[in-house]
Design a protein around this ligand. Structure first.
Ligand SMILES: NC(=O)c1ccc[n+]([C@@H]2O[C@H](COP(=O)([O-])OP(=O)(O)OC[C@H]3O[C@@H](n4cnc5c(N)ncnc54)[C@H](OP(=O)(O)O)[C@@H]3O)[C@@H](O)[C@H]2O)c1
Length: 257
């Protein structure tokens, strides 16, 4: 029987690319979206084209009070669509970025980051844990902004939450190890997606600077990171847990003259 993944924020970018990379490995998925059902339906179609199955489900990761209802919806879907009682992989990916200097960061923005990027993955994982198979795997999508290689002005609150999620990843790995569940963080570098209101399309001049500083000499694409996440979830990584793996093509590792 096919493995089943739940991917949050799968209507766009890295989450969508992860669904497709997993489909290429024969993994089915439940794909969550928040505002963009139209986009998630395109991802469902792309997964089907690759011979796997995907079911969309709405989830606002900022509303932790909804997570037990979400779990009930997942349990019902597993029975209805797969005749299963558990799923195998969880990808905590949903997120957003709104650059703001330290001085300009409002309490509202800070709390919004906290709800979506840290509290959401914490309590969503807690809610879903009883339905995650023993021997399963979790990837928390963090960011290389937690390392010097990805630091930049305007990211202090965002990166603080991603740093919290990186630490949480190690604690999850420790506490879930008894059930054989692996937990790793994948930390993307600059990746062309819709993040930050389509910033990579709007500010092409910023891309050249990133390319010049990247060892592999180009901007990351969503499918580069999706492939990393699918690999880390797979059995090839069966002896790796509690780690933070940067997927950036070597950010700040370029030889510059
Ligand atoms: N792109 C980069 O350069 C980069 C670098 C480092 C880390 N990351 C991380 O990678 C992850 C994916 O980002 P992306 O670049 O793929 O961005 P994206 O293209 O903007 O996609 C973001 C996804 O998250 C969902 N989402 C946003 N807020 C949500 C909420 N409150 N509840 C549920 N879903 C929500 C969106 O759903 P709807 O559109 O349906 O609302 C969408 O599916 C994020 O955690 C981000 O921080 C990205």
């Amino acid at each position: 029987m096919s493995k089943i993944a739940i991917i949050t924020g799968a209507s766009s970018g890295i989450g969508a690319a992860t669904a497709i990379a997993l489909a290429e490995r024969g993994v089915d998925s439940i794909l969550t979206f928040n505002n963009h059902e139209d986009r998630v339906l395109d991802v469902v179609a792309a997964v089907k084209e690759r011979g796997a199955k995907a079911i969309p489900l709405r989830l606002d990761v900022s509303v932790s009070a909804s997570f037990l209802t979400f779990r009930d919806e997942v349990i019902a879907l597993l029975v209805q669509e797969w005749k299963a009682t558990a799923f195998d992989y969880l990808v905590n990916n949903a997120g957003f970025l709104q650059m703001a200097s330290f001085e300009d960061t409002t309490v509202e923005l800070f709390e919004s980051y906290q709800r979506v990027l840290l509290k959401g993955p914490f309590f969503l994982t807690q809610a879903l844990l009883p339905v995650l198979s023993d021997g399963g795997a979790i990837v928390n999508v963090t960011s290389n902004s937690v390392y010097q290689s990805g630091m930049g002005p305007g990211g202090s609150a965002y990166a603080s939450m991603k740093g919290g999620l990186t630490t949480l990843t190690r604690y999850m790995a420790m506490e879930f190890g008894g059930r054989g569940i692996r937990v790793n963080a994948v930390a993307p570098g600059a990746t062309r997606t819709r993040i930050a209101d389509d910033a990579y399309d709007k500010y092409p001049q910023a891309i050249q600077r990133i390319v010049d500083n990247t060892a592999l000499g180009r901007l990351g694409e969503a499918n580069d990171v999706g492939a990393t996440i699918a690999a880390v979830l797979s059995d090839d990584f069966r002896w790796v847990t509690g780690q933070s793996i940067e997927s950036s093509g070597g950010a700040k590792l370029a030889i510059t003259n």
